[in-house]
Design a binder for this molecule. Structure first.
Ligand code: IPE
Ligand code: IPE
Ligand code: MG
Length: 269
């Protein structure tokens, strides 16, 4: 049983501010190339953007921020770039986790950690337990993460937890075993860097997420750019399969979750 129902099953509340924002931070390499710098300089600069966006999310009341930092396919990159990214991750873990804790941020990592250096895994686990009770924001870093890997490991863990059962599983049963089973599905997905694809990010959870793509490269994505993305989200009408007219019907006491479904409609009225 999961606390957060699947959006394809029950209709979640929709507010002015997305409760969960998930971001594919793309365009670091091109940002560096434009400046005749090595690709890795873009990754370094991208960490500064991460700091700014975390701060902005807290100020705006976003509850969950999930950042795609390294995909299960990124091992295919040149060895020296992979090594640099691992060192950057290690340094960030060493230097930033205490600051996250000071700012009451809960830190989580999702992904297949089996390929990571034990030193990195140790720091991740330490950071997660240190910050476990924080409530200002849940910051989740997706590292060696792939949406297909996630669904597969969820199926395996679900079967292991239900010995002998072969059928009759619900979507909630599977969702409870996904790597990010401690938060709601993303309301807003942002991809910087101009590509309009999901690149194996949270395949299961993005089923009803509002998608936002921008050409802005990640190192240049700032608070103002985040506000443009949130503004776009607020103009959307999230119908979850129903008709626009149904969203206008008065709230029935038996379906309180419908209450704030359409900020966009009010805005455009
Ligand atoms: C995203 O930026 C960061 C990671 C994938 C680690 P890229 O490195 O993909 O930048 P581009 O897409 O080559 O510009
Ligand atoms: C997606 O970016 C992964 C991360 C941002 C971590 P990529 O740059 O790896 O995606 P593709 O290869 O262009 O789809
Ligand atoms: Mg890229």
């Amino acid at each position: 049983m999961t606390i957060f129902p699947s959006s394809s099953q029950e209709i979640p509340a929709v507010g002015e501010v997305p409760r969960h924002i998930a971001i594919i931070m793309d365009g670091n390499g091109r940002w560096a190339k434009k400046r005749f710098m090595p690709r890795v300089a873009g990754h370094k600069r991208g960490v500064e953007t991460v700091r700014e966006i975390i701060k902005a999310c807290i100020e705006r009341g976003v509850g969950y921020l999930t950042l795609f930092a390294f995909s299960s396919e990124n091992w295919r990159r040149p060895q020296e770039e992979v090594t640099f990214l691992m060192q950057l991750f290690l340094r960030a873990l060493e230097e930033e986790v205490s600051k996250l804790h000071e700012n009451k941020i809960r830190f989580r990592v999702i992904g297949d950690l089996s390929r990571f250096d034990p030193q990195i895994v140790g720091l991740i686990r330490k950071g997660e337990s240190l910050t476990a009770k924080n409530t200002a924001l849940t910051l989740t870093i997706a590292a060696n993460y792939g949406g297909r890997w996630d669904i597969l490991q969820a199926v395996e863990r679900m079967l292991a937890n239900h010995p002998g059962q072969q059928s009759g599983f619900s979507e909630e049963d599977l969702a409870a075993h996904l790597a990010l089973n401690f938060g709601p599905e993303p309301d807003l997905f942002i991809r910087t860097g101009g590509e309009q694809r999901i690149s194996n990010f949270m395949l299961w959870q993005l089923a009803y997420t509002e998608l936002y793509f921008t050409d802005t490269l990640w190192p240049e994505f700032d608070t103002a750019a985040l506000d443009v993305a949130i503004g776009s989200y607020r103009r959307r009408e999230r119908r979850f399969g129903r008709t626009s007219e149904q969203l206008q019907t008065p709230v029935s006491p038996s379906r309180p979750e419908v209450e704030c479904l359409s900020p966009a409609k009010q805005e455009n009225a």
